[in-house]
Design a protein around this ligand. Sequence first.
Ligand code: ADP
Length: 144
Amino acid sequence: MYNSILVPIDISEDSLTHMVIPFVQAHTALNTAKVHFLTVIPSLPYYSSLGLAYSVEMPKMKEFQHAALAKLDEIVKQFKIPADKIQTHAVTGSPKDQILKLADTIGADLIIIASHKPDISTYLLGSNAAAVVRHAKCPVLVVR
Ligand code: ADP
């Protein structure tokens, strides 16, 4: 029933990934959907605020991107989805903006996202999850 499912993954948070696995599997059981996994690496201004020079450190971003994609590929192995139904993406920028952008690009008909980190119990929805719920053009399944 779904054609294109987007699953944004924070690669630094294994517990969030574990929360979404059963829901992703339930929605891909028929193997009709292409499942896009996305991880977003915080943008350059973040690093520049730490005093890293753009010009010198720029090539590092490509390395970060490769490392992030490799980690995402590892994480995705925990999902029991056929390889030909999976696509992984690693981009730099603001997580919420990049999640919404990729949702448009792939014509997502479902986004599956965890609500927030378990240790931040005061927030009902994390800032990225909240923005995705508010602005997405397709249904969003918030796992909590
Ligand atoms: P928190 O602030 O508690 O981490 P977020 O709203 O940032 O809450 O995270 C909720 C969900 O948003 C995550 O489970 C993940 O799906 C998505 N998300 C957050 N950060 C990223 C990121 N850097 N790349 C991809 N997805 C992310």
